[in-house]
Ligand binder design. Structure first.
Ligand SMILES: *Cc1c(COP(=O)(O)O)cnc(C)c1O
Length: 492
């Protein structure tokens, strides 16, 4: 790391008159002035940094070294599925043939439309549903779209009374948020101590005002919801539809299908399960699938394969309308296609099974040091409730070592922290998702470090309280970072 430049703003590196480029002499100066007029001329100096090329290269290279990503180290962030994104996908999505203007007429975009249609069909097969739209831009956007499908379905039958949606207390925060944006009232259903939805608590909530129920499977605790057939039957009997939050589809891949479980509508997070780099909030894609009989409510435009084998865009009069410009985040769709084809039908189930094996391996290896509130076989992720008491994790004690302290210390050892303080069901929640792409050596190294941190917590809790110690930035004031974020650089 170049200490000389480290931590400086680009404006601090600026030296008057220094440049990293040279332009040819402007031979048209007099003409452009005639065309544009004096008023088009800038009256004040630009406040841009003035740097030579090498200074810029070092500045940005050093800055990128301060980032943590899947490409730099293990990233066990639960709920987010931070799997490795094969570089091949990046190359393929940059092929010049895909570099189309979004308004290109269908006859000149046949290849892209074919790819869209094949991804749509493959997802339908993986999900056990009839048809997908790839138009939504994120998981939450998919949720909104799916809920709008449910609303359109009820309205098409003239049933206007269904204004409520049931959401489990363990749901990802986007579920109630999307339902609220869709104009639905949220009815919360409690979970049992084993982390799954309480069927008895669900019964009294059902009625003629229920539009449907949202479920995540495996749920946000990484647990398979075993009572889905019973729940789906109850919701259907009351006239509601079943919505599947498929952001956690990874462990199910090729093993079981939401459509077969009784779900009517679902979304998938392509950027999580189907390998697109998605740190820092994007880019995303949240395809929405529906069972037979609901296809006409999907958003316009839809891609259709015509009898002569060509592809066209068409709009359905019963559609919920349009939810995005054009056909979604196409680069993400290409990456998903590349990922699906490179795994192939025979290897897709391996991804799901290995992600489950890896999660259970870490869980069993660390339960000697960390509190395991739900002691069952997990799917792709699981939750610890902080350190065991003998390692200083008793959160009733005044001076205890918290999940935040462990997470910060992990950074010192070169690992990204797991998701912390989510889900909200446990005081010191620490949610770990290794994904299928990590080797046993990496998992073992992570386990060893987690055990070592537990020993440190016992021997020297003060040291953990001030971690991280060897990262470019030490422990930050999280509250201040949220309350007073600085998004812009200012010239000094
Ligand atoms: C990530 C996630 C979402 C939201 O997806 P975004 O693409 O971030 O909008 C919804 N539900 C669950 C369970 C998730 O993990």
């Amino acid at each position: 790391m170049n200490r000389e430049h480290y931590g400086k703003l680009i404006f601090e590196l600026s030296q008057p008159g220094r440049t990293g480029y040279s332009l040819p002499k402007n031979e048209f100066e007099e003409y452009s002035l005639i065309e544009l007029g004096e008023e088009a001329l800038r009256q004040t100096e630009t406040l841009l940094p003035e740097c030579d090329e090498l200074t810029i290269v070092r500045h940005y290279t050093n800055m990128s070294n301060n980032n943590f990503g899947v490409d730099t180290g293990f990233y066990p962030l639960g709920s987010c599925t931070m799997k490795y994104n094969p570089k091949l996908n990046e190359e393929l999505c940059q092929l010049p043939g895909f570099n189309l203007h979004p308004a290109t007429p269908a006859p000149y975009a046949q290849g892209s439309l074919k790819l869209y249609d094949e991804v749509q069909r493959t997802l339908a097969e993986i999900a056990g549903l009839s048809r997908f739209t790839l138009n939504p831009f994120a998981g939450a956007h998919g949720e909104l779209t799916g809920l709008m499908v449910i609303r359109s379905y009820h309205m098409s039958r003239g049933d206007m009374a269904r204004t409520k949606i049931i959401v489990p207390d363990s749901a990802h925060g986007t579920n109630p948020a999307s339902a609220a944006v869709c104009g639905l009232q949220i009815v919360e259903v409690k979970s049992l101590a084993d982390g799954t939805v309480d069927v008895e608590a669900l019964k009294p909530l059902l009625g003629p005002d229920i539009a449907g129920m949202m479920m995540t499977n495996p749920n946000t605790l990484g647990l398979f919801e075993t009572k889905i057939p019973e729940i789906a039957k109850m919701v259907h009997e009351c006239g509601g539809l079943m919505y599947y939050d498929g952001a956690n589809l990874n462990p199910m891949l090729g093993v079981c299908r939401p459509g077969d479980m009784g779900f009517d509508v679902m979304h998938i997070n392509l950027h999580k399960t189907f390998s697109t780099p998605h740190g820092g909030g994007g880019p995303g894609s949240g395809p929405v699938g529906v069972r037979k009989g609901l296809e006409q409510f999907l958003p316009n435009p839809q891609v259709a394969k015509d009898t002569d084998g060509t592809y066209s865009l068409h709009c359905d009069a019963q559609s919920l309308g349009s939810i995005s410009g054009f056909l979604g985040n196409f680069g993400v769709i290409i990456r998903a296609y590349a990922y699906l084809l490179s795994l192939g039908k025979e290897n897709i189930p391996m991804a799901g099974k290995l992600s489950v094996l890896n999660a259970n391996y870490i869980k069993q290896s660390l339960r000697s040091h960390y509190k395991l509130p739900i002691d069952t076989v997990c799917k792709h992720e699981f939750v610890f409730d902080g350190l065991l008491e003998e390692y200083g994790g008793d959160h009733h004690a005044a001076e205890h070592v918290t999940t935040l302290d462990v997470a910060k210390r992990l950074l010192d050892y070169g690992f990204h922290a797991p998701t912390i303080y989510f889900p909200l069901l446990f005081h010191e929640a620490m949610m770990i998702e290794p994904t299928e792409t990590e080797s046993k050596e990496t998992l073992d190294a992570f386990i060893a470090v987690m055990k070592r941190i537990a020993e440190e917590a016992k021997a020297d809790p003060a040291m953990l309280k001030s971690a991280p110690h060897n990262t470019p930035v030490r422990r930050m004031d999280d509250v201040k970072a949220v309350k007073e974020p600085k998004f812009t650089f200012k010239a000094l």
